[in-house]
Design a protein around this ligand. Sequence first.
Ligand code: M6R
Length: 364
Amino acid sequence: DKGGHKHFMAKEIAEQPAVIAQALAHYLGEGGDTITLPGAGVDFSAVNRLTMVACGTAYYACLTAKYWFEQVARLPVEVDIASEFRYREPPISEGTLALFVSQSGETADTLAALRYCKGKADSIVSVVNVAESSIARESDLALPILAGVEVGVASTKAFTCQLSVLLMLALRAAHDRGLLEDDALADQISALRSLPALLNAALDQEDTIRRAAQNLSEARDVLFLGRGQMYPMALEGALKLKEISYIHAEAYASGELKHGPIALIDQNMPVVVLAPRDALFDKTVSNMQEVLARKGKVVLISDQAGLDEASDGLWQSVAMPACPDLLAPIIYAVPAQLLAYHAAVAKGTDADQPRNLAKSVTVE
Ligand code: M6R
């Protein structure tokens, strides 16, 4: 049942505020100010390294979480693509927590990577949507993301639920490691509780995003740029666009622009810049200006403060709600998803069942 939407993907994008509210309630309780993990949980004070492994969009969730675990929990984090990790036979040092992220819990490469870590990592934790999946069963601890069934091949609500659970885990790690006092944790938790309302505010921009997507749908190639936590969102935006609209898209960390991809810039290649008005904003904007100076067409996704400062010469702009820094990736996932979705609708491709792709990749 598409619930009145044209595609499951549209329904699943729209469901995000509600499913994230459920995931928050599961881990935070109603009105509580601690983060509760199932079973015996994890004691992060005994962990000294985190190795995160996944594929596709779940891998981008891990790349985002790296910023959180490093920043708030001061844990060294290594993130890898499962199909690379499993054959490299990487050494696993003592005190390593191995974390696997998978919507289906059946992705062959992720499962093989998990099996490789058995007996080597101190503990094996997974973040999954399907609670009875192989990856969940073979983990010491499985953390459900509670996104509900995701039908669209393009991962949307599973991605933002993965991010929400990973952010809670990073905050829990910071608390266990004595880096976040009780009242600071309570403040972060009350910020987390604003996620559903912020996501609704992001979804309210759908008409503007649709117009930008219709313009993008005419391009052959699109470049996405982001810095810091927005770099993985740029990667996710490019993957979504490729996957369902078949438009070639690439993502770069903004600072890498002048190390190569700037040679591609002309009026035929739109550039989507993801940049909330945070501490890195000015840096990203100066990269954006390098694009504008070469007649590149820029779609800037920022908040009102950012757009007020950097609106000159833009092709399109999209205003996201202002939000606490740590929440920005979860909010900016929404315009990345909607840009891809509406570009696919404009091109008439099947957003729910893109060619050549399966929902669950159980063979390598
Ligand atoms: O079920 P998993 O989360 O392990 O799947 C991983 C990838 O196959 C998946 O995220 C894929 O990249 C999506 N189609 C992206 O939208």
